[in-house]
Design a protein around this ligand. Structure first.
Ligand code: NI
Length: 463
């Protein structure tokens, strides 16, 4: 009997010792895991704080990056708090001890900009020790490296409108290649137009940006766009060290383009269904490009012409809604004249907004420039086609005035202008001029608001 009792006691004690040892083992394993996670966090964050919370079987540690003074940053705390709720919901009611770490990997992406990648790391108790259940990235956030305040992707750029148009154009081109319907194309372009691109999830990667959007079927899609395609719109101080060589090459290319023998063709007052398509046909035949300064009240019913203008490589400009002498109008009226026209053009073109205003009669002042919010583009070569209404005279006049870097004013609403066009183009091309859009004349550099462009070099600040 005694033997049995002794054995029972012995077994009981052995079990107790085993349990204590197991607890100790778990305690040490737990400490070790916490140490590993904190050391790992230290590698990617100069400063961070630790918040610990226990909830039933769940222990959650938030390893939160802080600014250089060790202070919490509201936007980061908010982000972590949202992530914490999601993770807690996922592991709620865990029957075994569960350790959750919310942590951040902070990496430098460009000068003074960091990307914080938020990760969750989860461990759960097993027979012996803990097992890692999950380790995954939840989201990321661009911040200024010093203050950790949110960094908006738009800070990379100096011209939001040009960036909007760049993305819309890319979406239009890709949709065309994919043979998408107008409806599906519109679903894609609407995510980029009118500064909507600023709301998309964008990362800065090694040599460019990655921007996430939804394709026509609402599935996840993304673009990887190299910086080399974005240099024209980027703030110089945002260009990464590693891209300096590419940027120098880009600047050399711009300089080279600006020295080419070019004239920008521009057509005002259309579109007009009787004449504009014929102008387009002629331009296509001669491989010439032009900027069309559209009158807002002429957009309705001519949407397909506007789409064709874009599809054939030409540029859309704004020529006001009702063609008044703008400085005679009130500021509100000018605003409406210009913006309603840009809205109509954007609607017809699939989201492209004009980068420049050609004020009717060339009339502008500071008020007009301010209300327009886009560059003013006038001309240096007036074809006087509207005055002569005579092809031979128009050609003669252009011959006398043509010059390198010039902007040639014509009208795509007069029969005589259409008739004169082939001879004008033949003459200019024979003289060695490449016929381009205003945008191409300026080598793709976005035109600046509050500036008036008369030709490639005569650019006046309006004040
Ligand atoms: Ni006009």
């Amino acid at each position: 009997m005694i033997g049995v009792l002794t054995l029972a006691i012995l077994v009981f004690e052995l079990l107790t010792i085993h349990r204590i040892m197991a607890d100790q083992f778990n305690e040490e394993e737990l400490k070790r895991i916490i140490q590993v996670e904190q050391d790992d966090t230290k590698k990617y964050n100069e400063n961070f704080t630790v918040k610990d919370e226990t909830n039933g079987n769940i222990e959650i540690q938030e390893l939160i990056p802080t600014d250089s003074s060790g202070n919490e940053v509201a936007s980061i705390a908010e982000q972590i708090s949202t992530l914490k709720q999601t993770v807690l919901e996922k592991y709620a009611g865990a029957s075994k001890k569960t350790l959750i770490f919310l942590k951040a990997y902070q990496t430098k992406v460009i000068s003074n900009v960091n990307d914080i990648h938020y990760y969750v790391s989860v461990y759960q108790q097993k027979d012996r020790g803990f097992e890692q259940l999950e380790f995954s990235e939840l989201t990321h956030q661009l911040v200024f490296a010093d203050t950790l305040q949110p960094f908006e992707i738009s800070k990379l750029f100096n011209n939001d409108l040009a960036v909007s148009n760049f993305f819309v154009k890319k979406a239009l081109d890709e949709s065309k290649v994919d043979g998408l319907s107008d409806n599906l194309t519109e679903k894609i372009t609407s995510q980029f137009k009118d500064n909507n691109w600023k709301k998309l999830d964008t990362s800065i990667i090694q040599n460019g940006i990655r921007i996430k959007y939804k394709d026509g079927n609402d599935s996840d899609a993304e673009w990887t766009i190299p910086f080399t395609e974005l240099f024209a719109y980027m703030n110089e101080n945002m260009i990464p060290e590693t891209e300096k060589e590419n940027y120098t090459t880009y600047l050399a290319t711009v300089k080279e383009k600006l020295s080419k023998k070019r004239i920008a063709l521009s057509f005002d007052d259309g579109p007009r269904p009787e004449t504009t398509p014929r102008v387009l046909e002629i331009l296509k035949k001669y491989n010439a490009h032009a900027t069309f300064y559209i009158v807002g009240s002429h957009v309705e019913g001519n949407e397909s012409i506007i789409k064709q203008i874009v599809a054939e490589g030409h540029e859309l400009g704004n020529h006001s809604y009702s063609h008044p002498l703008l400085p005679k109008k009130s500021a509100d009226e000018v605003y409406k004249e210009v913006h309603s026209t840009s809205d109509l053009i954007a609607k017809a073109s699939g989201g492209l907004r004009p980068m420049s205003l050609r004020p009717p009669y060339g009339g502008f002042d500071k008020m007009v420039a301010e209300q327009a919010g886009i560059a003013i583009v006038n001309w240096s070569i007036d074809s006087l086609d509207w005055k002569y209404r005579d092809a031979a005279k128009t050609i003669e006049h252009i011959k006398e005035n043509a010059h390198n870097g010039g902007i040639l004013l014509m009208h795509d609403i007069h029969e005589e202008s259409v008739e004169a066009l082939p001879s004008i183009i033949e003459y200019l091309q024979a003289e060695g001029y490449e016929l381009v859009t205003v945008d191409e004349l300026m080598a793709g550099q976005p035109l600046k608001p509050n500036h008036a462009y008369f030709n490639r070099v005569d650019i006046q600040k309006i004040d």
